[in-house]
Design a binder for this molecule. Structure first.
Ligand code: SF4
Ligand code: SF4
Length: 339
């Protein structure tokens, strides 16, 4: 095992490192925000409190897939101008579950037969400075999903060791950051000890996709649908939900001009599956609920080899109907085993 990628950073030097980042890059970091934290652009000199929250209320995916974005503008003839993002950025303090969520998004946006160029540009231009958790949130169940630790997907990974952070460089870009800050980082020999976290929630994932496929017509989903209010908060806050709509926004005053806008869209909303002729092919709420649960616990795993649920617990926290993916997965397994 290589050990020249391990370093130590004194806690008292953390802010100096962050100041170095904010001088050069747009830096997003979790900032206390009401009952939780959210990723915000840091101002120069802004202090970061690293352990105020576990994960944030909203995931960091909007850094890569904004809620709405103009992809291109067009004019008379062949005049088309593409808008390509070119900000160099860093996400500081991203948790392991959310790094795994980015790896899921990579499979979708970069991994199949085509590459989404805006997403790729932002991924290439954004440093990932991750932090291992010291405690689990009320609704976290990352351990069950195999996403509580990181082997890849980060440039630097910080682990709290009391009075200092153990720092692992996971890429050449991470090594470069360390070498730009030689006075702050001292070489370390060992891998970090990750604290053992206590979880209140878990999912038994053994054979879960197979069981769920056999339970596709189970009454469990109708019961969830009766409680669901179709608010879409679960899909809105899920770090691996990536669906979007393309809107052609023509200039009413000059129909030769206009723009193409990408807007994120959510399968829990009836409008999501509306097609030409005003036909909505997932009108019954049960169908929409099933789409969400099967995407997270079945389809992603079967297609990409990775569950599209990373156990962040946000859909549980945000659901006004107290629908809990861990409870529903347990119910469906119980009903299956009692058949
Ligand atoms: S399904 Fe829920 S717990 Fe799983 S990744 Fe999405 S928001 Fe997090
Ligand atoms: S957050 Fe809850 S109520 Fe809202 S759409 Fe999702 S499951 Fe339904």
């Amino acid at each position: 095992m290589r050990n020249d990628r391990f370093y130590s950073l004194k806690k008292s030097d953390l802010q100096k490192f962050i100041d170095h980042l904010t001088k050069r890059l747009t830096v997003f970091a979790p900032v206390p925000d009401g009952r939780s934290c959210n990723y915000r652009k840091l101002a120069q000199g802004q202090r970061v409190i690293i352990d105020h929250c576990t994960n944030t209320e909203f995931p960091p995916k909007s850094v890569f897939l904004p809620e709405g974005e103009v992809l291109l503008e067009y004019g008379k003839g062949d005049r088309v101008s593409e808008r390509t993002p070119d900000d160099r950025a860093a996400i500081f303090g991203i948790r392991p579950c959310d790094v795994h969520a980015l790896l899921v998004l990579d499979k979708v946006m970069l991994g199949h037969d085509r590459v989404e160029p805006h997403y790729k540009k932002r991924r290439d231009n954004t440093l990932i400075i991750a932090v291992n958790c010291t405690r689990a949130g009320e609704n976290c169940f990352c351990e069950s999903m195999g996403t509580s630790g990181l082997e890849e997907g980060f440039d630097l990974l910080l682990t709290d060791q009391g009075n200092h952070f153990h720092v692992e460089a996971g890429s050449g870009k991470g090594e470069k950051l360390v070498s730009e800050n030689r006075k702050l980082f001292t070489p370390a020999r060992k891998e970090a000890k990750r604290p053992k976290l206590e979880y209140k929630k878990r999912i038994d994932t053994k054979n879960l996709p197979g069981i769920m496929m056999k339970m596709f017509n189970s009454g469990v989903w109708e019961d969830v649908a009766k409680r669901c209010g179709s608010c879409a908060s679960c899909t809105f806050t899920c770090p691996t939900c990536y669906c979007f709509n393309l809107v052609h926004d023509a200039d009413i005053g000059d129909l030769d001009k206009g723009k193409v806008v990408r807007e994120m869209d959510y399968c829990m909303l009836p409008r999501f599956s509306r097609v030409a002729g005003n036909f909505v092919f997932r009108e019954p709420r049960t169908e929409r609920v099933k789409q969400f649960f099967y995407h997270k616990l079945v389809y992603g795993k079967r297609r990409d080899g990775k569950f599209h649920c990373v156990g962040c617990g946000r859909c549980i926290t945000e659901c006004m109907a107290h629908i809990d993916i861990t409870e529903e997965a347990k119910k469906v397994r119980d009903v299956y085993e009692k058949r």
